[in-house]
Design a protein around this ligand. Structure first.
Ligand code: UDP
Ligand code: MG
Length: 175
């Protein structure tokens, strides 16, 4: 019987493979695990995270004692790896599906078959190096996707956008 009248809950979620995930060559493993969700990828890129982007991404944690360590971690300063892989996944209940497969924030408490349970660790300074970030609510997902991606970098029109005329903008081209 056709799936009549069943309206899904199509969501988007921001995923970051953090510098420890890249340094440990876990990108393939993490993407394979995420593919179990059957969600689709609508944007992806590798980013060198600036201090400003790191602080904006974790702004909700700025009063926590581990905030400074956390912004160092996401910039790759702990791993000699200044790269993060950023992706947007889309599909039915995307946020919950990705959070579940990622596992609990604390890798010691995460299900051992989850991404964080399998690959995360707690540093001697107490930071949870948990290899992946995943948005935790629709409003957080929208904020984060807009922070990490421009409208042109996403293959579908997610949010209202506008054309802005800019003068004297310099862009880098191949020499
Ligand atoms: N974090 C940490 N110690 C804590 C809580 C969080 O090191 O007690 C780090 C961890 O890397 C986590 C990130 O801060 O992924 C963001 O924390 P949040 O509470 O948003 O957890 P998440 O949404 O990533 O599960
Ligand atoms: Mg969070």
């Amino acid at each position: 019987m056709p799936n009549q009248g069943k309206s899904g809950n199509i969501e988007q979620t921001l995923i970051l493979i953090k510098p420890d995930g890249l340094k440990k060559s876990l990108t393939g493993n993490i993407l394979s695990k995420l593919s179990e969700t059957k969600l689709i990828i609508i944007a992806s890129k590798v980013v060198c995270v600036s201090p400003d982007l790191a602080e904006k991404h974790y702004t909700h944690l700025k009063d926590k004692p581990f905030f400074q360590e956390l912004v160092e971690y996401i910039q790759g300063n702990h791993h000699d790896c200044k790269r993060v892989m950023a992706l947007v996944y889309q599909g039915d209940n995307a946020i919950e599906k990705v959070r579940k497969i990622s596992g609990a924030t604390n890798p010691e408490e995460a299900d051992p078959t989850s991404i964080r349970g399998a690959y995360g660790r707690i540093t001697t300074k107490g930071v949870y190096e948990n290899v992946i970030h995943a948005s935790s609510s629709p409003s957080e997902a929208e904020r984060e996707i807009k922070l990490w991606f421009t409208p042109e970098e996403i293959v579908s029109d997610l949010y209202p956008s506008k054309m802005v005329a800019r003068e004297k903008v310099e862009v880098l081209e191949w020499a």
